[in-house]
Design a protein around this ligand. Structure first.
Ligand code: ATP
Length: 270
């Protein structure tokens, strides 16, 4: 996608993503917060590869490092040591401006709080990041997202006129609008009732299956994780296990085993 940013392009332009190879990966990714006696090792030398065109869930007890992993993979947070790549672009070491541009061009975000602008209608919210970047949405792609997400009749509504599920669908459309290589979703169903949550998970699944997107989702919910292709389990800042083709029952069982084995005293909320 072209990036008509103001001024000369800072550094190398984002390379077109290779058709294969991981969508993102990290090597020996370490993240510490604070220093001295109060230092917390949130990620402890994590090696991970996020498969392209797949739906990956990240699970683990509270404080195990899920959000930190997502933020470091997405270039929202700096790393203490190790390397991170988006596609074949190493993002550790990029200057702030380059990183901002890469995030804008190649990554979509969905958060638990939808972060919609209350004074803008649904369509304006969906296209806002592209408007800010001076990019024009591809009309066919935008139409497809709007119809896939069932938002056609809601485009003129402001967030306050939409249900929680509809607001999250708008946030989902916003994340998809620029056709990013990668979508990071942090507890995207956390604020929704179970029906609306199911809808959003269905759309994320659809984004992977029909639109060919790559999704990484942090969740505590075994039912949500069951929509993914692969679950990565974190404990104490390390990836300790993974499960392909998860079912809610299998995920729940695995979580029980972990909390039973006391990965971190008092840290589990499952
Ligand atoms: N900005 C920060 N400053 C200090 N410590 C932090 C900061 N962010 C996270 N931590 C610590 O790093 C560890 C991992 O936090 P993280 O938020 O990644 O865990 P999580 O698995 O996403 O937790 P939760 O499920 O509760 O959201 C925790 O011990 C947390 O207290």
């Amino acid at each position: 996608m072209s990036t008509p940013a103001a001024g000369p392009a800072p550094g190398p332009a984002p390379a077109p993503a290779p058709a294969d190879g991981p969508a993102a990966r990290a090597r020996a990714l370490t993240k510490a917060y604070g220093s001295g006696e109060t230092a917390v090792l949130a990620l402890d030398s994590v090696d991970v590869a996020i498969a392209r065109g797949r739906f990956t869930a990240v699970m683990g007890p509270s404080g195990s490092g899920k959000s930190t992993l997502m933020h470091c993979l997405a270039g929202l947070d700096t790393v203490s040591a190790g390397q991170v790549w988006i596609g074949d672009t190493e993002i550790t070491g990029l200057k702030d401006r380059e990183l901002t541009r890469l995030r804008r061009d190649r990554i979509g975000f969905m958060f638990q709080s939808f972060n919609l602008i209350p004074t803008l209608n649904a369509l304006e919210n969906i296209t806002l990041p592209m408007d800010i970047a001076g990019q024009k949405p591809d009309p066919e792609w935008l139409d497809r997202i709007i119809d896939t997400l069932g938002l056609r009749e809601r485009l003129k509504h402001r967030p306050a006129q939409l249900s929680g599920g509809q607001q999250q669908r708008v946030a989902c459309a916003r994340a998809l609008a620029s056709r990013p290589e990668l979508i990071f979703a942090d507890e995207p169903t956390g604020n929704l009732d179970s029906r609306a949550g199911l809808e959003v998970l269905g759309f994320l699944r659809e984004a992977v299956d029909s639109l060919g997107q790559t999704v990484v989702m942090v969740t505590h919910d075994p039912n949500a994780a069951a929509h993914s292709d692969l679950v990565l389990y974190l404990a104490d800042g390390r990836i300790v296990d993974e499960m392909a083709e998860p079912t809610a029952e299998a995920v729940l069982e695995r979580m029980r085993r972990f909390s039973g084995s006391g990965a971190r005293s008092g840290a589990s909320e499952e």
